[in-house]
Design a protein around this ligand. Structure first.
Ligand code: BGO
Length: 266
């Protein structure tokens, strides 16, 4: 059985360092079809049947940059078996904005919390157990630079690809969830079950580029209007706010700041 792992993360999260550590010299470099964005693939060391595709570094799966569109079209259309999501542990709150969207794609996610060598020095701590529970995905601590934990992260990804158990643990505000559910019903014939939440959210956000990925596009103006009236805001901002609220609650449960090396005022 051949396994496809997609490596996703923010720019500067350590993605290249991790990719090199996992694949060694076993890499092929080209371009993503039709665009001049570099595409790198490689075989996981010691696993001829496991391909890792390095997605462009991105902050979101919105349609505003070529890199975001390339990454999400790959994830929607090629359906890799598992996403290895590298996050910078020293900047986890910002990195989780992408993670919450990756988890909505219906593909199993292994999160690799990187830069633990820096966190150990600063005394910052992340509860892996709580992070796992509040995000509903596998979580592993790594230092891509030192090669620490990277084998374990890759093994978890391979394991999950063979035995996916995907379950969404997080829900937005009830009114938003109701709108998502209504849109999901409208796209149920065209879009596979596991991808319906992602497509429904994008349609509610008035993300026109997602329509290019659909055979038939339903009219969701009523659902959009109801939400915009209820929240007195546009749907894209409503959903962004929902994400930030969720991320704050995750951070509250999982992160404690150390003060080693920081200046204190007395
Ligand atoms: C420079 N720990 C530490 N301490 N640093 C790490 C780790 C880690 O676990 N992982 C990555 N880095 P990329 P993207 C650099 O290049 O892989 C560092 O964009 C420097 N360069 O070494 O490139 C990594 O692919 C000069 O740092 O990330 C790199 O996601 C001074 O994080 C940076 C200091 O990693 C980004 C750092 C000339």
């Amino acid at each position: 059985m051949s396994i496809k792992i997609a490596l996703a993360g923010n720019p500067n999260s350590g993605k290249t360092t991790l990719f090199n550590g996992l694949t060694g010299s076993n890499q092929f470099v080209g371009n993503w079809p039709g665009v001049t964005v570099e595409k790198k693939e490689g075989k996981l060391k010691g696993h001829k049947d496991v391909t890792i595709t390095d997605l462009p570094g991105i902050y979101s799966l919105s349609p505003y940059t070529l890199e975001e569109v390339v990454a999400r079209n790959y994830l929607i259309n090629e359906k890799p078996d598992v996403i290895l999501n590298i996050v910078d542990g020293t900047n986890i709150e910002r990195n989780l904005y992408l993670s919450t969207q990756l988890i909505e794609l219906g593909i199993p996610v292994v999160m690799a919390v990187n830069m633990i060598d820096i966190m150990e020095k600063s005394g910052d701590k992340i509860s892996i157990k709580n992070l796992k529970e509040s995000l509903g995905c596998e979580v592993v601590e790594i230092s891509a630079l030192k090669g620490k934990g990277i084998k374990e992260a890759a093994n978890k990804a391979v394991e999950l690809a063979k035995k996916p158990n995907h379950e969404m643990v997080h829900k937005f505000d009830k009114k938003v969830e109701d709108a998502i559910e209504k849109v999901e019903e409208k796209i149920a014939f065209d879009i596979p079950k596991e991808q319906q939440r992602f497509f429904a959210i994008k349609l509610l956000e008035r993300d026109d580029k997602i329509k290019e990925q659909m055979k038939t596009v339903p009219d969701v103006e009523n659902e959009i209007k109801q939400l915009e009236d209820a929240f007195d805001d546009d749907t894209e901002s409503i959903i962004t706010n929902e994400r930030y609220t969720y991320i704050s609650s995750v951070i509250g449960k999982c992160v404690s700041k150390g003060n080693k090396g920081e200046l204190t005022t007395s």
